[in-house]
Ligand binder design. Structure first.
Ligand SMILES: Cc1ncc(COP(=O)(O)O)c(C=O)c1O
Length: 666
């Protein structure tokens, strides 16, 4: 039908060419219809096979032998030791990637049966089905889906669990819709993800924001203190619910037990965004999960921290208090979730739950120890710091040790930014991190990571930093060749093939089998200026300019690194935190604003108008203004700075020319 309509359109080109003059002779539409850019991009990414420290939590890996099913027909290049189909990664050999060095545990945590389902025979195509007899129905589950959801509920200690195929976002939307009616007040931590703002639009609820505390070194929001939430509860006795995040993207967990107890003391519903906390119940060294703390509705992002597929999440309900009506949740999910749920995603939830419930503790144990060793090693580099439990405990927060937040703020004078480090990790070392901003990088570790992966990350960071410090390209090459990782880059085994943690490192790093940093600390001060901050300071003065150091870091010709170091630092985390602390006046509900007519206005004319959309800097995906809020002078300043320094593309809700959406007439 669309074809007919198009064919009937008049020829409108001055040259007499019709609108489909670019069509190929075989009838293809305009553009090169023989290409599939996204397929190509994914193929290229997969071929690079980076060491992944980003979501999803399965890290692109399947257990050895997953494809070796009788129906298997994978290409011969498949290397099931490193993950099915994987070629050796840049910087480490396949044998290292597939084993943990001295630890001996294989990388990957994907459920073997699920991996077989996706890799053998017709693979994902065979597993991609619809609601046919015997396969149940997500929106009216009675069979296999119901049984799988029951098991998930039991694993998490919930009374009812819903499988979600539209990400944690749809679970948060449903939880808010099920607890709030239009006009109801809901107390919300200001540093919540944009998904919460969507829930406010859908429900019509009126938010009461609580400003987060901020960490000054990392310049990240920590979340609200229980005292601040209590004050909001005192001031808004009519509020229906409270929404908090546990843990944050950065691995910061609030005192969830006190928070939930406080919310319940005031007779309110505790809704918790655990998009980054699906692993919490499975190891005692991790922060308390919201369900364990007694929260009423908890959205648990399986795809982020468990070996589940992207978009696959859980919504757990605690029905003991009777605060949440499961029927209302079902109704909301029917409204917002697809009627064609992917069985691949749902099966991945079932499989991830099985892995977490049966092997989670053992796998997470390895992850937590590897992360601790990495933190210890990286914190030993002058100018580099890693967020840890001690620092957070001093502020009343807990730490999820599987999140490795590394700050390069102490190397700012060398032009080192998190964004630049992330770029060099990717381009020079084949390591991809989750997030980078002007001062930090965030690596997400999951139960799928091996110690060899973590070693590769640590060594790559050390190498990048050392190159910045040394400041010349020649030194970078010489320095790099000393690195245990570099020795393996040509495919030869790393010295004696034993993880270098056995070569004299001490403490947790050695215990965890981390490589000893044989070359880098020499570069960072040991040989050049003595270890420690003093030596680093001396070395730092030797770099002729931040640009030189950056160029050395790139190791790819003069100017390369320097150019990037100056050009793309990401939105200033300090500025984001300042804006988050300063909650603007709410002039209409998010729903009223988002559904109103809207117009683009230049920043110069935006002050005092009502925002029609959320404006969200990435990273971290936390809105600096939500629909219905006044666009303040401080926000305009923040946006002007961000746009003028080339950051418009990192701001969702802002046009490249800096215009923002305001409610028409307001
Ligand atoms: C804290 C937080 N909550 C919710 C979400 C939304 O999760 P999803 O992408 O699964 O919809 C995210 C996504 O990154 C997040 O970081």
């Amino acid at each position: 039908m669309r074809d007919d309509r198009r064919r009937s359109e008049p020829e409108d080109d001055a040259n007499g060419k019709g609108p489909f003059s670019e069509c190929a002779a075989d009838g293809a539409r305009g553009g090169d219809q023989a290409t599939a850019p996204l397929v190509q991009a994914l193929l290229e990414y997969a071929a690079q096979n980076p060491v992944r420290f980003h979501m999803p939590g399965h890290k692109g890996r399947a257990p050895a032998g997953a494809a070796a099913h009788p129906r298997a027909s994978l290409p011969p290049a498949a290397d099931t030791a490193t993950g099915a189909g994987a070629a050796p990664r840049k910087g480490i050999t396949s044998s290292e990637a597939g084993t943990s060095g001295s630890g001996g545990a294989a990388a990957g945590a994907t459920d073997p049966e699920f991996a077989r389902l996706l890799l053998a025979g017709g693979g994902a195509f065979a597993a991609d089905v619809t609601e046919i007899d015997g396969l149940d129905d997500l929106h009216a589950p009675e069979g296999a889906i119901a049984a799988a959801q029951r098991l998930a509920a039991q694993a998490y200690g919930a009374d009812e669990t819903f499988f979600l195929v539209n990400g944690s976002t749809c679970g948060l939307h449903a939880a808010i819709m099920a607890t709030c009616r239009p006009g109801d007040e809901i107390i919300v931590s200001r540093d919540t993800h944009r998904a919460i703002a969507g829930g406010l639009v859908l429900s019509g609820a009126r938010p009461v924001y609580v400003a987060p505390e901020v960490d000054e070194l990392y310049q990240i929001p920590l979340g609200p203190s229980p005292a601040a939430v209590k004050t909001a509860l005192e001031r808004h006795p009519g509020a229906r619910a409270v929404v908090v995040t546990n843990p944050s993207y950065y691995g910061v967990a609030p005192d969830i037990k006190t928070l939930v107890a406080t919310v319940h003391d005031y007779g309110k519903i505790a809704v918790v965004d655990e998009a980054h906390g699906a692993h919490l119940p499975f190891h005692e060294a991790l922060p308390l999960s919201a369900l364990e703390a007694g929260a009423d509705a908890v959205v648990s992002g399986a795809h982020k921290s468990l070996p589940a597929m992207t978009q696959a999440s859980f919504l757990h309900l605690n029905l003991r208090s009777g605060a949440v009506d499961p029927e209302a949740v079902r109704r909301a999910l029917r409204l917002i979730e697809t009627t064609s749920p992917s069985y691949v995603l749902m099966a991945s939830l079932d499989a991830a739950r099985r892995v977490a419930a049966t092997r989670g503790r053992e796998l997470l144990d390895r992850t937590i120890r590897a992360a601790a060793a990495a933190r210890e090693r990286l914190s030993g580099i002058p100018g580099v710091a890693c967020l840890d439990a001690d620092r957070l405990a001093a502020r009343g927060f807990a730490h999820d040790p599987t999140k490795l937040l590394v700050s390069f703020a102490g190397l700012g004078s060398l032009g080192v930014t998190g964004v630049e480090v992330a770029r060099l990790l990717r381009e020079r070392h084949g390591v991809e991190v989750e997030l980078a901003d002007a001062r930090n990088i965030l690596a997400i570790l999951t139960m799928a990571d091996s110690w060899a992966d973590v070693q590769a990350l640590v060594e790559a960071i050390e190498s990048v930093v050392a190159a910045f410090v040394k400041g010349t390209r020649r030194d970078h090459a010489a320095y790099g060749s000393d690195m245990p990782g570099d020795a393996r880059r040509d495919g030869s085994p790393g010295g004696d093939g034993v993880p270098t943690g056995t070569r004299g490192d001490s403490g947790k790093a050695a215990a965890a089998g981390m490589a000893t940093y044989t070359g880098s600390h020499a570069g960072l001060g040991g040989a050049e200026g003595g270890a420690g901050p003093e030596g680093a300071a001396r070395t730092r003065h030797e770099a002729t300019s931040p640009g030189d150091a950056a160029g050395a870091g790139a190791g790819a010709g003069a100017g390369d690194g320097a150019e990037h170091a100056g050009a793309d630092r990401g939105p200033s985390p300090a500025a984001v935190c300042d804006v988050l602390k300063d909650v603007p006046p709410l002039r209409m509900t998010p729903r009223e604003a988002a559904l109103s007519g809207a117009e683009w206005v230049p920043l110069d004319e935006a002050c005092g108008r009502v925002s029609a959309d959320a404006i969200v800097p990435y990273p971290p995906g936390v809105p600096v203004v939500c629909p219905g809020e006044e666009i303040t002078g401080a926000l305009v300043e923040f946006l002007r700075d961000a746009v003028s320094s080339g950051q418009a593309a990192r701001l969702r809700g802002v046009r490249r020319d800096g215009q923002v959406l305001a409610v028409a007439g307001h």
